[in-house]
Design a binder for this molecule. Structure first.
Ligand code: ADP
Length: 250
């Protein structure tokens, strides 16, 4: 699904990503770990299109997307979750979902936005999808709550919900466990697994919470100094001496 080859991102003379090669197959939940400064976030930014690489290529579903802007990647189904933007804090949870642009231009519900009589039907369909998404995430009881008032875990679930509004194919999750209490963490894990197993989502997940990585991720990739150090199952990666050394040097 995703093929990253020889990817380099230089900031001045410093290579934050330094010849990174990686494969993600459809149906995987790939866990990306590594010490701070390993280049994980920079790699996400390159894959999502927020940064342009200095060298290397990125292919998605067989197509070279290296030069494509973020929105074109989004329309192909490659979606990165973002924190709910500050300006959206005053919108309700439901409105936050309804604000997500549809992924397929031309087929989308808003294509006939200005055509008389179709506005209401389009809005109703989007509202229904938002409500279905809230129900799946068990957030129906906060549908009309302002996003800014939600707990850390509820916000993470809502961020996941925003990707569901687009019917994404590959979702990049940046530290989904950060700031989430244990109860909602279990829920978040459960929802990610259902999206993966029953709805065909592929994920790449940057995470420091090793329990979550162990539960959800195969394979696990450890990056260090801008490169892939090792790829394998959780226990192989966690017990590899190079990985332990990389973390000790943090
Ligand atoms: P990780 O997510 O693994 O902690 P990052 O990708 O955030 O690592 O950072 C990798 C390295 O690149 C770090 O040393 C960081 O300071 C550096 N870096 C990241 N973004 C920039 C930037 N815009 N300008 C200069 N250096 C950067």
């Amino acid at each position: 699904m995703l093929e990253v080859d020889g990817l380099v991102k230089a900031f001045g003379g410093f290579h934050a990503v330094d010849g990174c090669t990686l494969r993600v197959a459809k149906g995987e939940i790939l866990g990306l770990i590594g010490p701070n400064g390993a280049g994980k976030t920079t790699l996400f930014n390159l894959v999502a299109g927020a940064l342009q690489p200095t060298a290397g290529t990125i292919r998605f579903l067989g197509e070279d997307i290296t030069a494509l802007p973020t929105d074109a990647r989004f329309h192909k189904g490659l979606v990165r979750t973002f924190q709910i933007p500050h300006e959206f804090h005053n919108l309700t949870a439901r409105e936050n979902l309804m604000m997500v642009p549809p992924r397929q231009p031309g087929e989308n519900l808003f294509a006939n936005w200005f055509a008389a009589g179709k506005v209401r039907a389009a809005e109703e369909a989007v509202r229904q999808k938002a409500d279905d998404t809230l129900a799946f995430l068990e957030l129906t009881h906060v549908a009309d709550e302002r996003a800014g008032n939600l707990s850390g875990g509820q916000k993470k679930l809502l961020e996941l919900g925003r990707t569901m509004m687009t019917d994404a194919k590959l979702v990049l999750l940046d530290e989904p466990a950060a700031g989430v209490n244990r109860t909602l963490l279990r829920k978040l894990e459960e929802k990610i697994l259902i999206l993966n197993r029953e709805r065909g989502y592929t994920f790449i997940l940057i995470e420091h919470d090793m329990e979550m990585i162990e539960k959800l991720c195969a394979p696990v990739v450890c990056m260090a100094e801008g490169k892939v150090l090792i790829q394998g199952d959780f226990h192989t990666v966690r017990s590899d001496s190079r990985v332990l050394e990389a973390y000790l040097g943090e």
